[in-house]
Design a binder for this molecule. Structure first.
Ligand code: FAD
Length: 390
């Protein structure tokens, strides 16, 4: 049988609402139809499948938690998580596009923007008419974004922006970028930089072995004139971008489970069918150990994500709680992908199966939105009160 069957060992479906199930199942069948058949070719050719944008908007993946009066889907955080899980079951790169659009572009406009900015940008971003990017990382500042060098100056009726961002998802085709830059006093603010502004260019980053179906690029600002109405006035300082990252990291903690579920399910089905020494390889203890450990780790990650979703819905999920789930669940998915690949033997390296693509994608997921190391140090700082990375 070819059909994907999602592992739900602890019957978490029982605690989902009918709305959660509806959102999840709609996303799952859309992924089967719109992503699975085309994704290998796009990953092999390193092209972003632009044709999925309309479908992502339709399943509510652009701004699931943004209220409906701004074009969002008005869903809770468990639905948001389930959407990310389903999309990443298809591909981490497509999930990255949805995460950036929702948590890193729509969320800051919604939370820190003016009414005029919200009315202008949010409905267009929700429908996919506009695509967004989030520019925080710079060539010299990754884990330490507070050191950023991109700056803007007040020129009376506008701001003048200079600097560069690197490793920016969606950059090559984004219509608008939420860019974090320092004012003359060194204070960080968010600016909405729009395609077509003079001096703003977005060169694509080539030769990636990971997230090949996602377009990554740079943002260059060479004396870009930014109208004053394009500054996000609601929040400034490093906590403004970090707060957006909390929302995206939360989604990633669910998304990674999707990639792991796909790898596990593929490996389980393969192990039951592949015959060696006159038996299905699933009959050998070593393969059972791999599969049993995988489903155990997936189940633990599902419980972590679900409880985190409940806390997020109540406004009780701290940044440190989110770090723990992002770190654990992405590392889990990477481990599951590596073990699953071995179960498929040589077939595991083929694009006919999704596993090697997931595995390579997850190498980015374990690094972006806070590296595996940095999230551990966030937990360390939270429990000891002593930050070891500053
Ligand atoms: P560095 O910060 O140089 O870290 C290198 C290594 O040193 C890591 O292992 C790290 O854990 C370790 N390290 C660093 N500091 C410490 C410390 N204090 N203690 C112990 N170890 C430490 N950024 C955006 O702004 N927007 C995007 O859309 C975006 N998309 C991305 C897409 C892809 C495909 C990739 C790969 C990256 C993307 N990023 C994006 C950038 C990403 O967030 C950064 O790569 C990440 O924050 C790490 O920064 P760095 O690569 O500069 O690594």
């Amino acid at each position: 049988p070819k059909a994907f069957s999602a592992p739900d060992y602890y019957l978490l479906d029982d605690v989902l609402s009918s709305e959660h199930i509806m959102v999840r199942d709609a996303a799952r069948s859309w992924v089967n139809k719109a992503i699975i058949p085309i994704i290998d070719e796009h990953a092999q050719n390193a092209t972003f499948p632009k044709q999925v944008i309309g479908g992502l908007a339709e399943i509510g993946a652009f701004g699931p938690m943004i209220p409906e009066n701004y074009g969002g889907a008005g869903l809770d955080y468990i639905s948001y998580g389930l959407l990310m899980q389903e999309i990443e079951r298809g591909d981490s790169g497509i999930r990255s596009t949805a995460s950036v659009q929702s948590s890193l572009v729509m969320y800051p406009i919604y939370a820190y923007g003016t009414e005029a900015q919200k009315k202008h940008f949010l409905p267009k971003l929700a429908s996919g008419e506009y695509m967004g990017a989030f520019g925080l990382t710079e060539p010299n500042h990754g884990s330490n974004p507070g050191g950023m060098e991109t700056k803007f100056k007040d020129q009376g009726d506008h701001y003048l922006l200079n600097g560069a961002k690197m490793w920016i998802s969606n950059a090559p085709f984004a219509d608008v970028a939420v860019v974090w830059a320092k004012d003359e006093n060194g204070r960080i603010h968010g600016l909405l930089v729009e395609r077509g502004m003079e001096g703003f260019t977005t060169p694509e980053t080539h030769n990636k072995w990971s997230l090949r179906a996602s377009a990554t690029g740079e943002l260059h600002f060479d004396n870009v004139k930014i109208p004053k109405k394009n500054l996000l006035p609601g929040k400034n300082g490093l906590s403004a971008p970090l707060h957006c990252l909390d929302s995206a990291r939360y989604g990633i903690s669910w998304g990674a489970i999707g990639a792991a579920m796909d790898c596990y399910d593929t490996a389980l089905r393969y192990a039951k069918e592949r015959m060696q020494f006159g038996k299905p390889i699933a009959a050998f203890q070593l393969q059972q150990k791999k599969l049993a450990e995988m489903v155990t780790e997936i189940t633990k990650a599902q419980l972590l994500a679900h409880r985190l979703g409940q806390l997020k819905n109540k406004g009780k999920a701290s940044s440190a709680m989110i770090s723990m789930a992002k770190r654990n669940n992405v590392a889990m998915a990477l481990q599951v992908a590596r073990e699953s690949r071995q179960i498929l033997g040589a077939m595991g390296i083929s694009g006919e199966f999704s596993i090697m693509r997931h595995m390579m994608n997850l190498e980015s997921v374990v690094t972006y939105e806070g590296t595996h190391d940095i999230h551990l140090l966030i937990t360390g700082a939270d429990i000891t009160g002593i930050p070891a990375f500053k």
